[in-house]
Design a binder for this molecule. Structure first.
Ligand code: NAP
Length: 540
């Protein structure tokens, strides 16, 4: 700790990013304090305690990579670990590396102000405390701020009614209860089949169906674990060089366009049972950019939905129409479609047949029916990328709030910093790639750590990201985005374009030029002395 400031670095969020920051910055000799409003560490994995919550990346590379010893020591029990296991892993990391002294829980950061004359951030907490630091880092998570829809009557329900990411921390007994779920995204897809097993009934209120891909869960065996641990360097290198940060072989070197149709079907069929996003990334290289190729994959998925769901009308309602695969982020299926074959599970189409009108004291009213429930879960998504960062209530060097700056577009420099916000960094902010998150998180942390080390070594007190660099990155991101089918996300309220938030217009939120290319860009930037930033000293 220095005399002039409480900490070198204050970071907000004790999830993967917060833990990674503690490791890398402490190694670099800096003092760091992480605040989190939750009562435990874990970020996503402490908030999302809903039944069935599990990783969608395969667990053995959804982890921090900075310690070979850690990689060898920790054993995952399944291909996709549930939230409890991932949470336990994170506590294990915090224990093993003695991170707890750097973490202050139950502490919500309510605002922060950059004091130009001192080159320091003054960070305020909701409890009324203030702390100063040289560098302020948002590690709040890109999908963390719940989107609570404006449904009439919200608040009037007599039983528990909450957003899935605010599942009661102490747990909730839903056995024998009538459950209503609003939403049909990745959260609902994970939750429904698990709840259906013991609930009296589960009714899912769906507006837009999703392209749900098979997860194919499997237990970790001794042989598989050995294979992973013997080859960890190679697995992590694959993540580093993959377009979505996953340990997949890519590019596969073939396209739907150049493959005979019968062969295309054969390849889809072969890859379907392999599970995870492998269906998209290990089949063909043109699924995200060529509309016809994408349609071939979409049709194949639709045929699988029809095979899995017994009732043809329900199958039809569960089949996406009129938008390409990947315009919305595809969820992974752990028995979702099969759950609709149970007598106690029902689908209500609130898009056309019976729009949702209001939440009542007893349940949910649509234009056609009154449904009574004991529990209502809002699986209605998140204010992804922007919501949680904006809540930090920060202003740029001209006094403009981040919320105002991001009203029409959410520009940044590589998702790690924002023009005119001095000494402020983000982990996976807007216009970073959407990829296997721990991989991106560590790459961001390395860039930030290198930048801070440079400043400390060279005696700079302030770094100011430039407008030119922001415009260049933002334009580049938009240009690539427009070449992909993700650009159609605005038609289907995709959070990947912020199109699910009523008070914001759709925007380019994600860099789709390839996580591997992006990681190279970060490296080039650091090796080139951070040309996106202006470094200065405080006068006097
Ligand atoms: P989401 O994909 O944004 O889905 C939200 C759902 O709520 C949609 O079906 C949406 O319908 C519906 N909805 C929103 N407002 C509504 C309203 N006013 N009335 C009726 N329905 C409404 O959210 P999510 O399922 O929480 O997933 C978000 C992202 O979090 C995922 O895509 C994924 O990246 C991440 N996630 C990851 C995991 C994992 O990796 N294990 C698990 C869960 C979530 P429309 O589609 O019609 O707008």
């Amino acid at each position: 700790m220095t005399k002039e400031r409480d900490f070198d670095v204050i970071a907000v969020g004790a999830g993967f990013a917060g833990l990674g920051l503690i490791h890398y910055l402490r190694e670099a000799g800096l003092s760091i304090q992480v605040f989190d409003k939750a009562s435990d560490i874990g970020g996503t994995w402490t908030w999302n305690r809903y039944p069935g919550a599990a990783t969608d990346s395969e667990g053995y590379y959804y982890c921090l990579s900075f310690s070979k010893e850690l990689l060898q020591e920790w054993t995952w029990s399944e291909r996709y670990p549930g939230w409890e296991e991932t949470h336990r892993y994170m506590r294990f990391v915090a224990d093993k590396f003695d991170m707890w002294p750097h973490i202050q829980l139950n502490t919500e950061v309510s605002g922060a102000e950059f004091e130009k004359d001192k080159g320091l951030w003054r960070v305020k907490t909701a409890g009324g405390s203030e702390y100063t630091c040289r560098y302020f880092i948002s590690a709040v998570g890109m999908i963390s701020e719940p989107n609570i829809p404006e449904i009439k009557g919200l608040g009037s329900f007599s039983g528990p009614c909450f957003h899935a990411a605010r599942w009661p921390q102490e747990g909730l007994d839903y056995a024998g209860k009538r459950v209503g779920i609003v939403g049909a995204g990745a959260t609902a897809v994970q939750m429904l089949p698990v709840m259906a097993k013991t609930a009296e009934s589960v009714i899912l209120f769906q507006r837009t169906p999703n392209f749900v891909l098979p997860a194919v869960q499997k237990p970790m065996t001794d042989e598989w674990e050995k294979e992973i641990k013997d080859n960890y360097d190679e697995i992590l290198a694959k993540c580093r060089h993959h377009v979505f940060g996953m340990a997949f072989d890519s590019p596969v070197g073939r396209t739907v366009e150049d493959t005979p149709p019968a062969e295309v079907q054969k390849i889809f069929e072969e890859h379907w049972p392999r599970g995870s996003f492998r269906f998209c990334f290990e089949t063909f290289d043109d699924l995200l950019t060529n509309a016809d190729s994408n349609k071939a994959a979409a049709d194949f998925i639709a045929s699988k939905i029809r095979q899995k769901v017994n009732d043809p009308d329900t199958a039809d309602l569960l089949t996406p129409k009129g938008y390409p695969l990947f315009a919305k982020r595809p969820p992974l299926d752990h028995g979702y479609f099969e759950a609709f074959n149970r007598d106690n599970v029902h689908l209500v189409d609130i898009d056309e047949r019976e729009p949702l009108q209001e939440i009542t004291e007893q349940g949910i009213r649509t234009t056609e029916n009154d449904y009574e429930f004991d529990i209502i879960v809002l699986a209605t998504g998140f204010k992804a990328y922007t919501g949680a960062v904006e809540k930090l209530d920060i202003h740029d060097s001209h006094g403009v709030s981040l919320k105002d700056k991001w009203q029409n577009e959410s520009a940044s420099i590589m998702g790690v910093c924002i023009a005119d916000f001095p000494n402020f960094f983000m982990i996976t902010g807007p216009q970073a790639p959407f990829a296997n998150l721990p991989t991106s998180i560590e790459q961001n942390i390395m860039w930030i750590t290198d930048c801070i080390v440079k400043m400390e070594k060279e005696g700079f007190e302030v770094c100011t990201p430039t407008k030119e660099a922001e415009e260049a990155w933002s334009d580049h991101t938009a240009e690539i985005h427009a070449q992909t089918l993700m650009a159609e996300g605005h038609k289907v309220n995709s959070w990947m374009m912020g199109a699910n938030i009523p008070d914001k217009k759709p925007r380019v939120l994600i860099y789709f030029g390839g996580a591997d290319v992006y990681y190279d860009r970060l490296r080039e930037s650091a090796d080139g002395g951070f040309p996106e930033l202006k470094f200065s000293r405080i006068a006097g």
